[in-house]
Each structure stands twice: as C-alpha cells, then as structure tokens.
Write a protein that binds this ligand. Structure first.
Ligand SMILES: NC(=O)c1ccc[n+]([C@@H]2O[C@H](COP(=O)([O-])OP(=O)(O)OC[C@H]3O[C@@H](n4cnc5c(N)ncnc54)[C@H](OP(=O)(O)O)[C@@H]3O)[C@@H](O)[C@H]2O)c1
Length: 440
C-alpha cells in the first residue's frame, strides 16, 4: 500500500490539476446546456452509481471509541446482521476498543499510538492488534471490507482515507479534515479508482439526500446551516474571557471535544464549507451559510426554478450515520420524530464573520486553494488543543490561525507528501505563536 500511496503522490505531482479541470469541466458543460452557469455533482459521491452492495456489508470503523464511532456501533447493533464489523480502531483508548471488539465479535483492531497498542497486546487475547498509523492502513487494506467509516478526528484521518480510496473501497466520511487538507487529491483518487465517498456530516448528508433527487444542472446554490454555537450573539469583548467549559456546552449537538470547540468558533462551518466544495464539486461562490439555532434544518438546495428544498430532523448523528452505512436502503432509526407544531418556529440569521473570524478565514483559505486549507486546519488543531489545555484564550484561536496563514503563504499542492510537509510547517509555526502569546 505504501508503494501505492507513493505512486499516487508522484502521479498527482504532474497530473492532478489537469484531472481536476477535466472532472469539473464535465460538470460545467452539463450545467451550461441546462441553465447557463453553475455545476453538476461529481461521480465520487455516488449519485449516479448503481449500488449493488453485498449483504452482510463488511465494515471497518476507524475511530470507533469516539462520539461518531460509538453511535455507529449502535447503528450496527440494530442492523440485524446486515452490517458486520470486521475491524475497529482507536487513537489511544485501547481499553474501550478491546471491549467494543469483544462485544461485536471483531478479531482485528488497530491502535494508532504505539505505546497504547503495546499495552493492548499484553492485555487482549481476542485477536490481532495492529499498531501505529501504518497499522490503521493495514486494517483498511487487509480486512476484505466493503465499506470504511472514517470517524477519526483531525488530519490523522487523511492517510487511512487515502488508503481506503486507493484500494477502491467505499468511504463513509465523518472525518471532514481529510477533505479540508487534501480535498482535490482525495476526490481525484476516488474518481480514478471508482470508490464512492458518502458524507456522514449531518449537513453534507442532508445535501447528499437532496442533490440525489435532482438532475444535473438544476441546482443553483447549496445552503449549509449552522447552530451558531454556545456564544452566538456575543461581541468580541464578551468572548475575551469565555471558559473551556462554556465553549464545550453546545446548545443542540453532543459531540467530541475538538468539533465542539470548532462549533463555538464557527471554524466547524468553515471546514464544512471546504468539505462541501470538494464533495459536491461546487464553487465557493455558490455555497451559503445561514445560522439556524434550532439545528432542525440540516441543509438546503436552491433550484433554478426558484424552489428551495430542505432536509429536516432532530439533531441525532445516528440518522446520517445510518444513511451512509445502509445506502441505498433506509432502515428504522429510533430517534424522535419531528412535530413542527410543537416546535413552533424555526429562526435564521446571517453568521457574524467579524466576531467569529474563523469562518471568514476558512472561506478565504478555501478560495486561495493550494496548501492554504491544510495550513488553516493544522493551525486550528494546534490552537484548539492549546485552548483546551488552558494555554490560549478563546479569541487566540482565530488569531493564531490568521498569523500562521499570513506567515506561511500559499504553495501549490504537488502530492500527498507536500501536504505532509505543509501540515508539519503549519503546526510548528502555530505552536510557536501559541508559546509567544502565552509568554506575553
Ligand atoms: N461528533 C459528531 O457529532 C460529529 C458530527 C459531524 C462530524 N464529525 C466529525 O467526525 C470526526 C470524529 O469526531 P468525534 O466527535 O467522533 O471525535 P472524538 O469523539 O474525539 O473521537 C475521535 C476518534 O478518533 C480517534 N483518534 C484520535 N486521534 C487519533 C489519531 N491520531 N489516529 C487515529 N485515531 C485517532 C479517537 O481515539 P481515542 O478515543 O483513543 O482518542 C476516537 O476514536 C471529526 O472529524 C468530526 O469533525 C463529528
């Protein structure tokens, strides 16, 4: 597989821009015939693919110990055997991982942290333990799986995403960071191998379901909804001394720590903007963000005849997880049903990109392209980690990201290796900026 990845890196070095233009060019041409300007959804999200998936579906869950991973196992447990887990992975938490493996009859697991993997190997006798980032790649490539759910947090999800798509295996993608960091290379890899990327993020799952029903060339705009996070409506002055506990208190969703902070800064919506651009092949100018505090509408599409279609439901990630794992079927999910009369009203407002600068920075980085989204993501991961550790104030997150972006500038992406270099460089710069601020 390493040879495969290296080969991809080399191939990308010379050819990816041409491939990208060709792929998007088809979309523009299709739309030109229908409406005059715009885009059409690309093949890698499987809208036009014929799904002929085996049952039971052999599934690997990466990041099974996290918020998405645990909910995915709940979906698997209710599938009546249609979903069969053949591999699980974690970063460090081998105790939870081995318990999950025992509960779901899984004989192969991978732990990214080598010390934690060694501890697991001493304690667990239930099967094979793979170790380190390479172990996660082996889990994907050597488990004869039909589908991989990537629920790892952060850019650590990129390598297994590439491994999955490189093998032509379908990818249910919660790990938005891998598309933010390597979107063009990742989607071109899927296009080349014929693998499908099925979004798990609730907004992108909603858009997937809406776009699926439209012909090419009928969609004018994508609209992503944002809850606005726990600090919606506050001024910059009011954000100066917010606490970690306050930032972790999301009003509508229960999620892992990093994404919850991303919601409080609105970086999560910025990452989702870049994710939507790559997933659906949509120009940034045709993707809007609207704040919708109730989190009932997850996504909307505006059509060329003036109609707008929306996807609604109570915020529960088991719905988009179930959609991604069972596609093209739908199965029962035990979530509260929507009662609009009881809800009373749904409200909307524009995002405040002056106060919550991360959304503005993400849009600018996405539009700049090249290494800018990778730099943005790496600086964000460092800054959020520092905030959670009490070493950076809340407003310092956006400041560190902005400074990192302006110090590093934008380089062209030649290969996955150049992304690794850009990620490392950005982490080093962002870490030193955090230290400078802490010392000041
Ligand atoms: N939670 C949600 O509702 C939600 C909604 C939409 C999208 N997402 C996206 O889904 C992804 C996962 O989010 P989450 O909230 O589930 O995160 P989480 O609760 O923090 O779980 C993250 C998972 O990734 C593993 N992990 C951490 N670092 C790793 C590394 N370096 N290498 C390999 N595995 C590693 C963790 O293992 P340990 O437990 O051992 O640390 C855990 O299994 C994120 O990209 C997030 O943006 C989440």
């Amino acid at each position: 597989m390493w040879v495969g990845l290296a080969t991809w890196g080399l191939a990308r070095g010379s050819g990816w821009r041409r491939l990208t233009r060709r792929a998007f060019g088809v979309g523009f041409a299709t739309w030109d015939l229908a409406c005059g300007s715009g885009w059409a959804a690309p093949d890698w999200i499987g809208l036009r693919a014929t799904y002929n998936r085996p049952v039971p579906r052999r599934l690997v869950i990466l990041g099974s110990t996290g918020s998405i991973g645990v909910q995915a196992l709940d979906v698997v447990g209710r599938s009546g055997g249609e979903l069969q887990v053949v591999g699980l992975s974690a970063g460090h938490d081998w105790r939870t991982l081995t318990r999950q493996a025992a509960e779901h009859g899984v004989g192969r697991i991978a732990v990214a942290d080598v010390d934690a993997a060694a501890q697991a190997a001493e304690a667990w006798t239930g099967g094979e333990i793979l170790s380190g980032p390479d172990g996660l790649v082996s889990l994907v490539t050597e488990s004869a799986c039909d589908l991989v759910l990537n629920a790892i947090v952060g850019s650590a999800g990129l390598l297994p995403a590439v491994a999955t798509l490189g093998e032509g295996i379908d990818l249910a993608l919660a790990n938005k960071e891998s598309l933010v960091v390597g979107g063009e290379l990742v989607t071109q890899l899927a296009e080349a191998t014929g693998a499908t990327i099925i979004p798990v993020d609730s907004e992108h799952s909603a858009l997937h379901q809406l776009i699926m029903r439209e012909g090419a060339g009928t969609i004018e705009r994508l609209i992503l909804t944002a809850s606005g996070g726990p600090f919606r409506g506050r001024s910059v002055e009011q954000l100066a001394d917010v606490t970690v506990e306050g930032a972790l208190a999301h009003p509508t969703w229960s999620m892992g720590g990093k994404i919850t902070i991303d919601c409080a800064t609105l970086m999560n919506k910025g990452l989702e903007l870049i994710e939507a651009h790559h997933l659906f092949g949509t120009p940034y100018e045709q993707i809007d963000v609207v704040v919708h505090p109730q989190s009932i509408i997850h996504g909307l599409i505006a059509l060329c005849d003036g109609a707008t279609l929306a996807h609604l439901g109570h915020p529960d990630m088991r719905v988009p997880i179930s959609y991604a794992l069972h596609l093209p079927e739908r199965v029962d999910v035990p979530v509260a049903r929507l009662d609009l009369a009881a809800l009373g009203r749904l409200t909307f407002e524009p995002p405040d990109e002056e106060t919550f600068a991360c959304l503005r920075l993400a849009r600018a980085a996405g539009q700049a392209g090249g290494t800018a989204p990778c730099t943005l993501n790496a600086a964000n991961e460092v800054a959020v980690h520092a905030f959670l550790g009490g070493r950076l104030p809340f407003l310092g997150i956006a400041a560190v990201i902005e400074d990192t972006l302006s110090r590093l500038g934008v380089e062209q992406v030649q290969s996955f290796d150049s992304l690794t270099d850009a990620d490392a460089q950005a982490r080093a710069v962002a870490a030193s900026l955090v230290e400078e601020r802490a010392a000041a």
